[in-house]
Design a protein around this ligand. Structure first.
Ligand SMILES: [Zn+2]
Length: 140
């Protein structure tokens, strides 16, 4: 384990003992044709294991530099990203969209024995007197 710090080349967060074995993902050149960018004048680098991952990282970076237009659009706004691996002639284009996912998790807890979840008379949760709670069902 040890201290955490970012790789100076690819930016990945690494523990000290991971530095010896870490290999940066390959570099891709990218530009944004719909923003009137050209490879010759505007291409920049991003490191990723796959072309599609590179395009996703570009969109994420672009979103966080602005107003989260892509993820906040819930799929209505996308970004066209052109990607080329240095040394290859093949230019690949990706339409990248995004969305925000709400993720919930449930952890079981010990219920407070003083509370009954719902009363049957519609009054909602209420504090029960000792001995009144029973099995939680209304037996009137
Ligand atoms: Zn790296």
């Amino acid at each position: 384990m040890g201290l955490l710090s970012n790789c100076k080349v690819c930016g990945k967060l690494l523990f000290d003992d991971e530095r010896r074995t870490h290999r940066c993902p390959p570099r891709w050149l990218y530009w944004l044709p719909d923003e009137d960018e050209t490879e010759e004048e505007d291409s920049r680098g991003v490191r990723a294991h796959h072309a599609s991952t590179a395009a996703e990282m570009v969109a994420e970076r672009w979103d966080y530099d602005g107003e989260l237009e892509i993820v906040n659009s819930d799929g209505d706004r996308d970004l066209i990203v052109a990607v080329r691996k240095p040394g290859s002639d093949r230019v690949r284009h990706f339409r990248v969209s995004g969305r925000i996912e709400y993720i919930y998790s449930a952890d079981e807890i010990d219920p407070d024995p003083q509370w009954t979840p719902y009363s049957c008379d519609g009054s909602g949760p209420r504090l029960m007197d000792a001995g009144e709670a029973g099995d939680g069902r209304d037996n009137d």
